[in-house]
Design a protein around this ligand. Structure first.
Ligand code: C2E
Ligand code: CA
Ligand code: CA
Ligand code: CA
Length: 277
């Protein structure tokens, strides 16, 4: 009954109608977005707290829509996932990342990794490992410099056995990270079964961690478990020095967040690298 009521409300709610129309038109636009080169790949750096080095970057998609301007992923990734079109975005992001890694190698830069976000649908897609392998071979990039981020929720809700697909990906030498860790339903114990290299602790555990000893205790224990399992542990969304001090005290390996830098396009990222060293 509650569900029917919601449906009725949705049907007669003009703003829901408008939202649906917007989504439908965006969806048809998305089909041409890739052909017409409207997607952009932004990079956000990660820093190692022990060495101070920039170890790599996370790739985040943006859509430069001809009428609507810059769209953040939250505006189109969810329904690209629902419509199955996410695969094209994933392929585009992977190709972009691999091309950048190849260019960096030619320029003789210090090796860095690029991490691409992979959705639940991609994990279910048995052709992903082969597509990835073809791409890596084409550009002759060291697979170890490419990382794939999968969310805990994505893994848990995947219909197929996620560990089998992760193992297939790992077999090609790419690195795997668990994204948004701590927000899903899985237990810490589940981690031991996953063939992953890095644990990215969700920003909700990082935000204001300095203001509450209990939050600090929680963060510290997640870091401990992650490192105990041999994983690199990254704190996401670090925004200020107080949070950073606390995260460092918890023994975290890497940080990512506005305090270090916002996501940037490739030219800006390279300029930033040059300034940061
Ligand atoms: P995510 O993977 O957890 O990425 C981190 C998000 O947090 C990014 O938002 C980033 O800009 C933002 N962020 C980074 N540092 C800070 C900080 O210090 N404070 C705050 N408040 N936010 C920070 P963005 O780029 O809007 O992406 C949102 C989500 O969209 C991503 O969350 C990811 O789940 C998804 N996404 C982005 N690009 C892709 C993609 O190429 N493919 C797929 N499947 N999903 C993507
Ligand atoms: Ca991510
Ligand atoms: Ca995340
Ligand atoms: Ca997130």
């Amino acid at each position: 009954e509650a569900k029917r009521l919601r449906q009725d409300v949705a049907v007669f709610n003009p703003s829901a109608e408008a939202a649906r129309a917007l989504h439908l038109s965006l969806l048809s636009d998305l089909a041409t977005a890739i052909q017409q080169d409207q997607l952009r790949q932004f990079l956000q750096p990660k820093r190692c707290l022990k060495t101070g080095r920039i170890t790599g970057a996370e790739a985040l998609v943006r859509w430069q829509h001809p009428q609507r301007g810059w769209l953040p992923p939250g505006d189109f990734v969810p329904f690209a996932e629902r419509s199955g079109r996410i695969r094209q975005i994933t392929d585009w992001m992977l190709a972009r990342a691999v091309r950048t890694l190849a260019a960096w190698e030619v320029e003789g830069r210090e090796p860095m990794s690029i991490a691409v976000n992979i959705s639940t649908l991609d994990i279910q897609d048995q052709t992903l490992p082969a597509r990835l392998a073809a791409l890596l071979a084409e550009y002759r990039v060291d697979p170890g410099q490419l990382q794939l981020e999968v969310t805990e929720t994505g893994l848990m809700s995947s219909g197929t056995d996620p560990i089998a697909v992760l193992n297939a990906l790992k077999a090609w030498g790419v690195k795997l990270a668990i994204d948004d860790f701590g927000t899903g339903q899985s237990s810490l114990a589940y981690l031991q079964h996953l063939p992953v290299d890095e644990l990215k602790i969700d920003r909700s555990f990082v935000q204001d961690v300095n203001a509450d000893p209990r939050r600090q205790a929680l963060l510290k224990s997640i870091v401990g478990v992650g490192q105990g399992l041999g994983l690199t542990v990254t704190a996401e969304g670090v925004e200020n020095q107080a949070e950073l001090d606390c995260i460092a005290a918890c023994g975290c390996d890497l940080i990512q967040g506005y305090l270090l830098a916002k996501p940037m396009d490739l030219p800006d990222f390279q300029t930033w690298l040059g300034r940061t060293g």
